[in-house]
Design a protein around this ligand. Structure first.
Ligand code: GLN
Length: 473
């Protein structure tokens, strides 16, 4: 039997598995058969996929199956699954096997999902193209000479190419939304604290968030509902009580969209702007009111992000010292061990950020850079919250350009960082944001997807999903 993977949704798959249309094993096998190794979406495809599917089939037989039972999911390879190789895209973890499950994995396991494999990513999630992986670049399925975006490039490709029905990615500064946009899928970045960070390789701890990617809003929402919620293993996870209170405020009739037009000026492709205007018109047709808003300091978001994120990353990455996670290159003494282990275990971008981060945090520069960035981070947060007093959601393009060519930006880190210009404001202000497919642009004879970004106030993912569903319909 041929399963129509292209048009499958979680609910459709569930119905079919329940009614005997196909089994979880057949579904898992269909995805496995579909994996095109040339795109390099996975660092590891698990060897027990069919056994996991058999367990799911048992649950369908004994009546304990739930909506997510048997659903094939790809997981960014910086999220721990007990016993599985978890590399974070780095040579320094190339042989590391996770010793425990991340909270999100534990929650998904309870539902009986089927984990297909660990997806490729920029090393330690630092990058916007998946070119910084120690395990080779992932290719964009819409044009193999282009990048899939990053850092969750493998997860976006896995969903776009039907190697899994849904995927998990992680965000610190756009790492789900940007690849989702480049690959034509839906990618969520939830409110900071909505989903437990326990068991995800730490990058920028005040920014990190695990969230799902999928082909439609409903699938993303189902996975989000499963993984979200208070967790005693992550002290920054938001208590359920507070979340529920906030969700009560969501008024289904919210229809005012804000656009910071002054922010959509420099360095944006003409095609991206045209595509964005089409989305704006769609909102108008749907009866939304469009309001121009001013976010005076938002243009500094990128600079702030690239000060704070390396600072936090440099402290988080200190733990890879050759003593704990397997990879060790011996030097002449202890310092020599550190130098060799980190020098050979980490790639260029990771080393760049560690150096940048330690510089920014050093006495003498701390006030000039780190503290200043913190002050501005707070100001931008205030500005966004103020804007939300008059509008219900804010929209921008997800990225200033469609997917760029492999190799095009690797020599110029600033060009690479510019890919994150529209996504990082949501990270530094901790609000939820989503990228949804907004059409295609033709480049060199290939149709490349573009994405629309929608942002709502903290803890208002429900509103985000509702608006997204309406615009996508
Ligand atoms: N492009 C961002 C960076 O390089 C993405 C980080 C992320 O979200 N993990 O830092």
């Amino acid at each position: 039997m041929k399963i129509d993977l292209e048009n499958l949704t979680i609910k459709k798959a569930h119905e079919a598995m329940k009614n005997g249309g196909f089994s979880a094993r057949e579904l898992a096998q269909a995805y496995l058969n579909n994996i095109d190794k040339d795109l390099n979406a996975f660092i590891v495809v698990f060897d027990d996929v069919l056994e996991q599917a058999d367990e799911a089939d048992k649950r369908f037989k004994d009546g304990t199956a739930e909506l997510l039972t048997g659903i094939p999911i790809a997981v960014k390879n910086n999220i721990l699954i007990k016993g599985k190789k978890t590399t974070a895209g780095s040579k320094i973890l190339e042989n590391y096997k996770a010793t425990y499950d991340a909270t999100v994995i534990k929650r998904l396991k309870e539902k009986g999902v089927v984990f297909i494999g660990g997806t490729n990513l920029d090393e330690f999630a630092m990058g916007s193209s998946t070119e910084n992986s120690a395990f080779g670049v992932t290719k964009n399925p819409h044009d193999k000479t282009r990048v899939p975006g990053g850092s969750s490039g493998g997860s976006a490709v896995a969903v776009a190419s039907n190697y899994a029905l849904v995927a998990l990615g992680s965000e610190t500064g756009g790492s789900i939304r940007q690849p989702a946009s480049f690959c034509g899928v839906v990618g969520l970045k939830s409110t900071y604290g909505a989903v437990s960070r326990y068991g995800a390789a730490a990058l920028g701890s005040s920014l990190d968030q695990i969230s799902p990617l999928g082909k439609n809003i409903e699938d993303v929402e189902i996975v989000f509902d499963c993984i979200k919620g208070e967790d005693k293993m992550d002290s920054t996870s938001i208590p359920d009580k507070i979340y529920k209170e906030a969700e009560k405020d969501v008024n289904e009739n919210k229809k005012i969209i804000g656009i910071p037009r002054h922010f959509l000026k420099e360095g944006i492709d003409k095609e991206v702007l045209e595509n964005f205007e089409n989305s704006v018109n769609k909102f108008k047709e749907l009866g939304y009111k469009i309001k121009e808003i001013e976010l005076p300091n938002i243009e500094y978001s990128l600079a702030i992000y690239y000060i704070l994120m390396p600072s936090e990353a440099s402290t988080n990455l200190a733990r890879y010292d050759g003593m704990r996670f397997g990879f060790l290159k011996e030097g002449e003494n202890l310092l020599g061990d550190y130098m060799k282990t980190k020098g050979e275990g980490f790639g260029k971008e990771v080393r760049r950020r560690i150096i940048l981060g330690t510089y920014v945090l050093s006495a003498g520069y701390y006030d000039a850079y780190y503290n200043k960035a913190q002050v501005l981070r707070k100001m931008i947060r205030k500005e966004i919250l103020k804007a939300f007093e008059n509008v219900d959601a804010i929209i921008t393009p997800t990225t200033p350009t469609p997917a760029f060519k492999i190799g095009e930006r690797t020599k110029d880190p600033v060009q690479m960082y510019l890919a994150d210009i529209f996504t990082v404001p949501a990270n530094i202000t901790n609000i939820p944001a989503i990228s949804i497919p907004s059409g295609f642009v033709n480049m060199d004879g290939k149709e490349l997807p573009l994405g629309l970004q929608i942002m709502t106030p903290h803890m208002q993912e429900k509103l985000l999903f509702k608006i997204s569903r309406e615009v996508l319909s």
